[in-house]
Design a protein around this ligand. Structure first.
Ligand code: GTP
Ligand code: MN
Ligand code: MN
Length: 603
């Protein structure tokens, strides 16, 4: 009992015995100067953003009220997939796509990293809830962190503090999420604006519903309610309990006849979820409202429909490329303030700027904190720079975005970033074929994770970095979810590709608001109204079947975007073969059957 003297440790606003003993155990190990229970109040926001300004981590923006600019350490800018581990008890439960280490071995390593790692800092205890607080069974978590940046980001991204703690009954279950930036301060040692550690681990212990993260302050590595809980740990819960935790946006589409449809869509990181979630349709009479831009939890309701809930409370969106032409709704949301901007550029008059916003100003402070001019020859903003802003202030949020029951999903879109091969949109024959499409989804890598950009890789259901268990078991789970459901009530599955290019490397499809035309076609397919041609890979619209009125694109481009090129597909076959070989024995036979049928259709 060495830690009894840590100020704040005994001022816990809860009697939850398990939580209290865990907090004490972590404080004993990490040796912070004090312990603070995050309450989620505005006063706390003001105090901590002030502290971050004093530390040089934040610069307050003059042009956006209650908003801040931050530049990370240049080495701490994205998720670190090669440092991410699924430490299941049995290695087979982590599977061929995840890094694995024996849980006790990992704990031994990380315990030594955590030992004294909060010295000279404050340890914050953040009770939080993913999804609405008034759910029958609120999905609780507690993040312990030594980063003020994490606490204020969690203010935006989650329901947290006192209102979450109020949901902790005596024996409430919750996900334990431990985070340390791994930068202890010795007496008198000056801090740096973005403390972090060269050694990084992002570790999930699925059986224990526990997360240990060390060394990084970047959102995807440090805001543990997001990818770590809501995808990696939740996907394991979902497998055990018969639901789905997916890397999907949720949008509400209203037709000119005022019929409402809800669509969920999975695209890999930096491939268009946030953009589609907030789309401004280019076709008259259609309306899109947003429920979520990154994660969907989907369960069957008593009526047999699949209902989706967004576990998050904010948007953590890719900044570059976002502007009033591509995503006006995101721009209006951040214009209201109360937002954090990380690794974008700072203007001389105290606003933010990034590539894609039009003509650059003559001078900026770059994300590297250097003077920047249009002649600098490098980007002013990191390609994975992000804005963090509350959903509540998005003008086009659907009124039902916080309904704990969720919304009934009519269609699921899978999509990737592919310069060739994959048509603009393809409708699956049935659920199993749709699962095959998802399981073989491929995309060119982006800056959202460290590593090489532009390499085609399989990214099943856009979940490659987020499946908390064996990918083969995950496919089996998807197949079974469909088998156990009423087929007539299952969402229809589509595969889209906004990123096909012409021979001159131009995008063939204008994308963004024009994607509404593809949503319209999908809805009309569900209603049995739109035409399609059957191809070896599924049902694809003819150019006539898409509403192209007023579209600024040549028919030739559209036809090329829609084309099913048998030779390109034949070149895809060995890649799928290799992918399925990697999945190994756990690959469901039904997916193998789908693959054989595809090969046969291609001839
Ligand atoms: P995460 O938040 O990392 O999970 O990614 P995301 O799927 O939300 O990606 P986001 O919507 O932020 O898309 C980022 C990139 O995709 C930007 O470079 C956008 O310009 C580009 N993008 C989005 N939609 C379209 C589109 O319809 N066409 C084209 N060509 N680019 C698009
Ligand atoms: Mn994401
Ligand atoms: Mn996004």
């Amino acid at each position: 009992m060495t830690a009894v003297t840590i100020p704040g440790l005994d001022e816990a606003p809860t009697n939850h015995a398990g939580l209290l003993s865990w907090v004490r155990e972590v404080a004993d190990l990490t040796c912070p100067d004090e312990v603070v229970w995050a309450d989620g109040t505005e006063a706390e926001w003001t105090r901590l953003t002030g502290k971050l300004v004093d530390a040089g981590t934040f610069v307050p923006l003059k042009k956006k009220q209650n908003s801040f600019w931050a530049a990370s350490d240049p080495t701490d800018v994205a998720r670190v997939e090669e440092r991410t581990f699924i430490c299941s008890v049995d290695e087979a439960d982590s599977g061929p796509t995840n890094n694995w280490m024996d849980p006790s071995e990992m704990k031994a390593i990380m315990t030594e990293l955590y030992r004294g790692s909060m010295r000279g800092r404050t340890m914050y205890v953040i009770p939080f809830c993913m999804g609405p607080l008034d759910a029958d069974e609120p999905m609780l978590g507690v993040e312990i962190t030594d980063s003020e940046y994490v606490v204020v980001s969690m203010h935006i991204m989650t329901r947290m503090g006192d209102k979450a703690l109020a949901k902790f009954g005596e024996d409430a279950k919750y996900v334990k999420a431990l985070h340390s930036i791994g930068a202890p301060l010795e007496d008198g040692q000056a801090d740096v604006p973005w403390p972090c550690n060269d050694t990084k681990y992002i570790t999930q212990f699925p059986e224990e519903r526990t997360i240990w993260s060390f060394g990084s302050g970047y959102g995807g590595n440090a805001l543990l309610g997001k990818k770590c809980y809501s995808l990696r740990i939740a996907s394991v819960m979902a497998r055990d309990e018969g639901w789905l935790a997916e890397h999907m946006l949720i949008l509400k589409l209203t037709s000119p006849e005022s019929k409402v449809y809800y669509i969920a869509a999975a695209f890999p990181s930096a491939c268009g979820k946030t953009n589609l979630a907030m789309l401004e349709p280019s076709i008259p009479g259609w309306k899109v409202e947003t429920l979520g831009d990154d994660i969907a939890w989907m369960r069957f309701g008593d009526d047999g429909q699949l209902y989706a809930v967004n576990p998050e409370n904010g948007f953590f969106g890719v900044a570059p490329g976002t502007d009033y032409h591509t995503n006006p709704n995101a721009m209006r949301t951040i214009a209201k303030g109360n937002s954090l901007f990380t690794n974008v550029a700072l203007t001389d008059d105290g606003d933010v700027w990034w590539e894609g916003m039009g003509e650059p100003p003559a001078h900026l402070t770059s994300w590297k904190k250097q003077d920047w001019t249009p002649d600098s020859g490098e980007l002013s903003s990191h390609p994975n720079s992000r804005y963090c802003t509350p959903i509540a202030q998005c003008d086009i949020k659907a009124p039902e975005w916080e309904d704990p029951k969720g919304v009934p999903i009519s269609a699921i879109f899978f999509g990737g970033r592919r310069a060739t091969t994959i048509p603009l949109v393809t409708e699956s024959r049935d659920w199993q074929h749709g699962v095959f499409m998802g399981a073989t989804l491929s995309s060119e890598t982006t800056a959202a994770a460290t590593g090489k950009v532009g390499v085609v890789r399989r990214d099943p259901m856009a979940m490659l970095p987020f499946i908390g268990y064996n990918a083969g078991d995950y496919f089996k789970h998807w197949i079974e979810v469909g088998k156990n459901a009423d087929a007539a009530k299952l969402p229809k599955i589509f595969y889209v590709n906004w990123f096909r290019r012409g021979e001159d490397k131009r995008f063939l499809w204008p994308g963004f608001g024009e994607n509404a035309r593809v949503l319209k076609w999908a809805i009309e397919r569900i209603e049995g109204k739109a035409a399609a041609v059957e191809t070896p890979v599924g049902h694809v619209p003819t150019a006539d079947a898409l509403d192209l009125a007023g579209l600024d694109a040549s028919t030739e481009d559209i036809e090329t975007a829609l084309k099913v090129d048998v030779d390109e597909w034949k070149a895809e076959i060995p890649l799928i073969e290799e992918w399925f070989a990697k999945i190994g024995d756990k690959l469901p036979t039904s997916l193998r059957d789908e693959f054989d049928a595809l090969k046969q259709r291609l001839g």
